[in-house]
Design a protein around this ligand. Sequence first.
Ligand code: ATP
Ligand code: MG
Length: 402
Amino acid sequence: MIKALRGMKDFLGDEAQKYAYCVDVCKQLAQNYGFSFCETPLLEETALFKRSVGESSDIVGKEMYQFEDKGGNDVCLRPEGTAGTVRAFLEAKLDRGLANHRFFYYGSMYRYERPQRGRLRQFHQFGVESFGLDDIKEDVNIILLAKSILDFFGIKATLKLNSIGCQSCMPPYKQNLVKFLESTDGLCEDCQRRKNTNPIRVLDCKNEACHELLRPAPRLLNNLCKDCKNDFEELKKLLDKSSIKYEIDTNLVRGLDYYSKTAFEFVSDELGAQGTIIGGGRYDKLVEYLGGKATPAIGFAMGFERLMELVSMPETKRSGYYFGSLGKGAYEVLLGKANKLRLSEKVHLDYQDRSLKAHLKQADKKNALYCVCVGENELASQTLWLKNLETKEEKILRLDEL
Ligand code: ATP
Ligand code: MG
């Protein structure tokens, strides 16, 4: 028997229902916050991810599903959504206008990682990207949306917050950090490598021993330029005003030059080792870096699989109709009626002639609100028998009354 690939799984039954429910909630909330839907291809030129996610990142370095297509193009299944969204934004020349644009997207992402709890090879993300707003209030907007999604589902997660500065305060800080790292012995192999390729990332090494060694490392948060410091203070103030709790985490970093200022994560302690549900931040230089007009931007991405572990489905209320026939000729009448009603309502049209009792039992199983039956009498008088399964009320209706 052929099975799904390792690290890839199906959504069927309850799991599929839950995924659809989570997508619906996220879509609705994103729209409420001013974002509109966009969708980009699953497959992109590998160069796009190399440039935007960065060659020194784990994603590009080790995790990409990269191959040559039949036309000899070097392509890659998307490992994340920001790169494709920025490419689409540029291709539509939206960077040339003055308007700001807010998008949300959702769908599958692909990373060749070691499968484990909260870590798949095909997983699903919901993400938002906002282009054109340099204002710290947009950071607040984005963080509030992320928080609202978690709140809607009743999920408790800690907001971790940091600022990684800008083109003026990051480079001198980086030099300082490299000096510190060069005078520090005993860092793990990964850190040794990152020290040269992407020194900022050393700070988020998960290795305990490295953690200890890095304790006295200089922190960018204490060395921000005036602008970045003001923005960070303003961000904290606005979050305080909205009663949003946060923890400052100076190890929360993104190692690439086009990331700037706000970096944040929502972390749950109920998910084991893979506790980060949402990760986001500013990337004010990425659009320019990919060839567009300088456009500030900020976004986040949320992992559905990690979210879904913490979501419980609301009780489903009775809804829609169950149609059942008793005897010859009734089915045709119900078919015509169902076809019309289905433009706006859910109708389960049963195919078997059963007793009224059996139909009522089926209707209950289907969780229908109304059970509608047609038998010989109804057929003769062009009527329907209807029962509201919640109030237990019964009625005879003319065909055109339903
Ligand atoms: P991690 O540190 O867990 O590897 P990351 O930094 O690679 O996370 P991002 O690229 O910021 O994660 O992705 C945003 C979110 O997508 C994560 O917070 C997580 O919820 C989800 N996610 C990332 N990789 C996976 C995966 N392999 N399987 C399931 N969900 C994932
Ligand atoms: Mg990862």
